[in-house]
Design a protein around this ligand. Structure first.
Ligand SMILES: *[C@@H]1O[C@H](CO)[C@@H](O)[C@H](O)[C@H]1NC(C)=O
Ligand SMILES: *[C@@H]1O[C@H](CO)[C@@H](O)[C@H](O)[C@H]1NC(C)=O
Ligand SMILES: *[C@@H]1O[C@H](CO)[C@@H](O)[C@H](O)[C@H]1NC(C)=O
Ligand SMILES: *[C@@H]1O[C@H](CO)[C@@H](O)[C@H](O)[C@H]1NC(C)=O
Length: 198
């Protein structure tokens, strides 16, 4: 494996003519993931430059287990929603190539459970029940419309801010709730804002 890696490195060195992708980052929301990068266009005059993204599980040797996610794509993005598991750390490698040249790769580590942004509740409904205010929150949803709560093993709770309409919203009262249905005993008008947190 060491020999193989050295050969790969030497191969890479002999082919590094193109600039590597820059500013590589993942845009994520719940279980949707898109890798984005920039590339300096002027460095490959007139040639078609394409990009390839591969992934593999972090603890596993590259040699056997890498999988291509996007191959020879023209755009500077790759949607890898569904290509990785929520709780496993993956390594992603992206590089540029033309028909004659190849760039070095840029590698990043990504684990959705640690790095992915959690989206807001998918809906919020209010109703008045016998003078009390009832709030019904629907969990944020994954790309397959599952509740994010199942992926987060119940680490999902809600922070609710509410304040009287006549008061300054800068000093909200906070409450945390695990349940997605709760009541407020008050006949007053409340302003609400909420967000899901881990
Ligand atoms: C990468 O981001 C920096 C800062 O935003 C920018 O100045 C630079 O031009 C970007 N690189 C490319 C190749 O676009
Ligand atoms: C790129 O194409 C333009 C016009 O098609 C040509 O004038 C120029 O010499 C080409 N540059 C290279 C590096 O091939
Ligand atoms: C590099 O890019 C070209 C298209 O420009 C593609 O045909 C080719 O298969 C790519 N990969 C390699 C290893 O050359
Ligand atoms: C998820 O729900 C939305 C809205 O109900 C629907 O448009 C979409 O097709 C659903 N997606 C999946 C993967 O079931």
């Amino acid at each position: 494996i060491l020999t193989f890696n050295i050969i790969v490195m030497l191969y890479q060195l002999t082919l590094i003519d193109l600039r590597r992708p820059e500013n590589v980052s993942v845009d994520s929301l719940n279980t949707r993931y898109v890798l984005r990068w920039d590339w300096p266009h002027e460095t490959a005059a007139n040639q078609t430059v394409t990009f390839t993204l591969i992934k593999w599980k972090k603890k596993i040797q590259l040699i056997k287990y890498w999988t291509s996610v996007c191959v020879n794509v023209l755009e500077h993005r790759c949607d890898f929603t569904g290509a990785i598991h929520y709780k496993i750390s993956f390594l992603l490698r992206v590089w540029a190539n033309t028909s004659q040249q190849s760039s070095g790769w840029v590698q990043i580590s990504f684990c959705p459970d640690e790095h992915a942004a959690l989206g807001p509740p998918s809906s919020l409904k209010l109703s008045s029940v016998k003078g009390d205010l009832e709030i019904i929150i629907t969990d944020p949803l994954s790309s397959t419309n599952q509740s994010m709560k199942t992926l987060l093993n119940d680490r999902l709770s809600y922070r609710i801010q509410y304040w009287r309409r006549s008061e300054e919203p800068q000093v909200p009262v906070h409450t945390r709730a695990k349940s997605s249905r709760m009541g407020f005993s008050s006949g007053c008008v409340w302003i609400l804002s909420e967000c899901g947190i881990c």
